[in-house]
Design a protein around this ligand. Structure first.
Ligand SMILES: Cc1cc2nc3c(=O)[nH]c(=O)nc-3n(C[C@H](O)[C@H](O)[C@H](O)COP(=O)(O)O)c2cc1C
Length: 334
């Protein structure tokens, strides 16, 4: 393991925003970058094979320069294909590559990748080696504490040791096992219960490895407490649904002395970005579907969100209208 590289990861990425299909696209990531200048952002999972064979590589790889630090997440099981994908990710300017061994979706697992790969550590090791040997950016892995009846601590520890030997720079452990038959992906994010103690034991037994905990974090104070036991915390659904509850990441997690932003501050700062997207032929709903989550916890939140949604879906949202509604938010102190 390359310690210099891993140490630099440790210093920077105490909090990351989980890869989420249909959520963490470049527009959502821009919103999050306005909230935190430091948190590590992830793409949605990109199937490496699709990336290699598509002619529209840009639509898979594109991100805004403001999004750094940003990790691209790959799903796949072929070292040869991952080799090409690693080169592309590095050339495109990504800061890290993450390999997904945690997704329980039947579609993903039927391709024999995602969580089902946890049953085959040797194969995962070959994939990690291939990624590592073909780029000079950190290569990390996201996985579960177990899958189906492969859920003993010994299995988990052996898996992590094997992948560490292959060169993985950080482990993001979703503290819940995946059940591949009988539960859909959504149920697999609530059943069975989270087991932080298992991940804690993993870190205690492998203090030299960088281990990030994932699953169930709903506020900054919980995340700060977890940083006493783990090298990082990854947050998914709570940040997506309630981004405004996370505006103190830079201050509390990274110790940066900066003013906390309100929803209206964030939306105003995104206006040039939205205008550019529209002038390039993009739809306002591409951005507004994420942006409306910023407005919550105030009396007229639902009305505000409905006004934006209706305008954005039925006809193209007028920027002047967005500015007017956002000024109203500011007057309400939101
Ligand atoms: C809508 C949705 C899509 C997801 N897509 C991915 C994905 O593409 N790759 C991945 O590794 N995990 C994916 N996940 C799992 C999350 O990254 C995360 O591990 C999980 O939601 C648990 O974290 P949380 O409790 O903070 O949400 C997804 C989760 C959700 C809710």
């Amino acid at each position: 393991m390359n310690n210099t590289q891993s140490n630099s990861i440790k210093n920077i990425h105490k909090l990351s925003i989980a890869p989420m299909m249909d959520c963490t696209d470049k527009h959502f990531r821009m919103i999050m970058r306005k909230i935190s200048s430091k948190a590590l952002l992830y793409t949605e999972m990109i199937v490496a094979q699709s990336l290699i064979y598509t002619k529209k590589k840009e639509s898979f790889l594109d991100f805004n320069s403001e999004e750094h630090p940003i990790a691209i997440q790959f799903g796949g099981d072929s070292p040869e294909i991952l080799r090409e994908a690693a080169r592309m990710a590095q050339d495109w300017g990504y800061d890290e590559i993450n390999f997904n061994v945690g997704c329980p979706s039947p579609r993903v697992c039927s391709g024999n990748f995602g969580a089902s790969l946890m049953k085959d550590p040797e194969k995962v090791a070959r994939c990690i080696e291939s990624l590592k040997n073909n780029c000079n950016i950190p290569v990390t892995i996201k996985h579960r504490i177990g899958v189906d009846n492969h859920d003993s601590f010994i299995n988990l520890n052996n898996f992590v040791r094997c992948i560490a030997n292959a060169g993985a720079d950080r482990f993001t452990v979703h503290a819940r096992k995946a059940i591949l038959k009988g539960l859909n992906p959504k149920q697999n994010r609530t059943i069975p219960p989270l087991k932080y103690d298992v991940v804690k034991k993993l870190k205690e037994l492998n203090p030299e490895l960088l281990i990030e905990i994932n699953g169930g974090f709903t506020n900054i104070d919980e995340s700060l407490a977890a940083l006493n036991d783990f090298d990082g915390v990854m947050v998914g659904r709570s940040i997506y649904k309630y981004p405004l509850r996370w505006t103190e990441i830079d201050q509390k997690v990274y110790g940066i002395n900066t003013k906390c932003k309100s929803a209206s501050d964030i939306i105003f700062s995104l206006i040039p970005y939205i205008e550019k997207h529209l002038s390039n032929g993009g739809k306002s709903w591409d951005i507004c579907k994420h942006l409306i989550n910023l407005v919550e916890g105030i009396p007229k939140a639902k009305i505000w969100r409905n006004q934006i949604s209706t305008n954005s879906i039925r006809k193209e949202l007028d920027i002047d209208y967005l500015l007017k509604l956002t000024s109203e938010l500011k007057e309400m102190g939101h």
